[in-house]
Design a protein around this ligand. Structure first.
Ligand SMILES: Cc1cc2nc3c(=O)[nH]c(=O)nc-3n(C[C@H](O)[C@H](O)[C@H](O)COP(=O)(O)OP(=O)(O)OC[C@H]3O[C@@H](n4cnc5c(N)ncnc54)[C@H](O)[C@@H]3O)c2cc1C
Length: 382
């Protein structure tokens, strides 16, 4: 008999419980302060490496966990339940950069970079630019061959983890005459001459996560740092983002679950008309609707992740999971704010932060319109 989608193997359950305990102990108490200060505490990132969530799928021989994609999804969901701004750091590290290197990099580059990413090095994924967001392959960053290197020039925008990262997966066009087929992925080291981290964005939500501009001015990158082949960058970007967005769905499920947990606790405690507000049927129905939406989104996310791990096609399910999970995260967190009444609108409780954090789910790793476009195309293919 097939296991239910939400039934976890022993390994999955042990891992999920360890991340859940860490999130409650280490993340929840500092979530508000980190949100206000707009950066992580300096001791936080080393703790994430120690926990083993920075190299979940990287083989054990290179210091990683040798786990599945589904484990990354579980980690991101659990971290998001406490603080989605921390979860996104883990998300970009695992589901975008490590994923791209594992699948496409030559053995020497793969081992060199992934072993550092398993030990102490944070990574960023740099595709977007000011003029190319949804139309990602219109990117203007250029890579020009020069001896045994490439000289990369351009500006990247919205790059998650840039303040903390030691390595950057940068997409640049090495052959503009070939259009998007010239796009190539490079590993660029922090400290490379001609490469600087620019302005940091002041954001609505996930405020502790750094989102910065990257400035590349003839940054010299050895040919050994080309990921895969010249011109393979568009394929690397499409395929990693197709997978990565399942984890954004998990981030949204975690945010929504956190808001539901908060609302259940508060409505059991808060009294009006001589009773706990949770005893009013109207409130119970709001909670029931929230729980139903979280459950539906979780099933979609888990199904997409398990399809990917099984080697089955998951493109449409991934787009649907991210689309739906980001919709319900916004709705569930919004109702949670309302169930807290006036205090829900203050920083005294975490629900207003969850509501602000949820908004990003409809924007990054493909806006909701881009997810709908993917779903529509798959429907037409039949
Ligand atoms: C906090 C944050 C973190 C990010 N992290 C990263 C990162 O680490 N790496 C990275 O490379 N990028 C990152 N991004 C960039 C993100 O992926 C882009 O912002 C996103 O893809 C949207 O691009 P855009 O901002 O240029 O919006 P636009 O593409 O200009 O879209 C604006 C609106 O137009 C709509 N639209 C555009 N084209 C169409 C169309 N053809 N049909 C219908 N509607 C359309 C969109 O759906 C959207 O509603 C991040 C962004 C944010 C805000």
């Amino acid at each position: 008999m097939r296991a239910p989608l939400t039934a976890l193997s022993e390994e999955e359950e042990i891992f999920r419980d360890a991340v859940r305990a860490f999130a409650a102990r280490e993340l929840a108490p500092r979530a508000r302060r980190q949100d206000e200060q707009g950066h992580y505490d300096p001791d936080l990132v080393p703790k994430l490496f120690e926990l083993g969530v920075m190299a979940i799928e990287t083989p054990a021989e290179w210091g990683g966990g040798g786990g599945s994609f589904f484990l990354s999804v579980l980690a991101i969901e659990e971290l998001s339940r406490a603080d989605a701004a921390v979860a996104v750091l883990v998300d970009a590290q695992n589901t975008l950069v490590a994923n791209a290197l594992l699948r496409f990099a030559a053995p020497e580059l793969r081992q060199r970079v992934l072993s550092r990413m398993a030990k102490d090095t944070v990574a960023s994924y740099a595709l977007s630019e000011a003029g190319s967001g949804s139309d990602a392959f219109a990117l203007q960053t250029r890579a020009v061959e020069d001896g045994d290197s490439y000289l990369i020039t351009g500006r990247k925008l919205w790059i998650t983890n840039a303040a903390e990262a030691g390595v950057f997966l940068v997409m640049a066009n090495a052959n503009p005459s070939a259009g998007y087929r010239g796009i190539t992925s490079f590993v660029v080291e922090r400290g490379t001459k001609g490469f600087t981290i620019g302005r940091k964005e002041d954001k609505l939500g996930i405020r502790a996560s750094s989102t910065c501009e990257l400035v590349l001015d003839a940054a010299r990158v050895p040919k050994a740092n080309v990921v895969g082949k010249i011109g393979q960058g568009y394929k690397i970007a499409i395929e990693t983002l197709n997978e990565g967005r399942i984890a954004i769905g998990a981030q949204m499920v975690g945010i929504a679950q956190g808001a539901l947990d908060d609302a259940l606790a508060y409505t059991a405690e808060r009294r009006q008309f001589g009773k706990a507000i949770g005893s009013f049927q109207a409130v119970q129905f709001q909670l029931a609707q929230m729980a139903t939406e979280v459950e539906a989104a979780r099933l979609m996310v888990y199904n997409a992740a398990r399809l990917k791990d099984a080697g089955a096609s998951f493109l449409m399910q991934a787009a649907m999971a991210k689309l739906f999970a980001s919709q319900i995260a916004e709705r569930v967190t919004s109702v949670a704010v309302e169930l807290f009444g006036g205090v829900g609108y203050t920083r005294e409780y975490p629900v207003e932060k969850r509501w602000r954090d949820a908004k990003i789910g409809k924007i990054y790793e493909g806006t909701s319109n881009m997810q709908l476009q993917t779903i529509a195309k798959q429907l037409q293919k039949g």
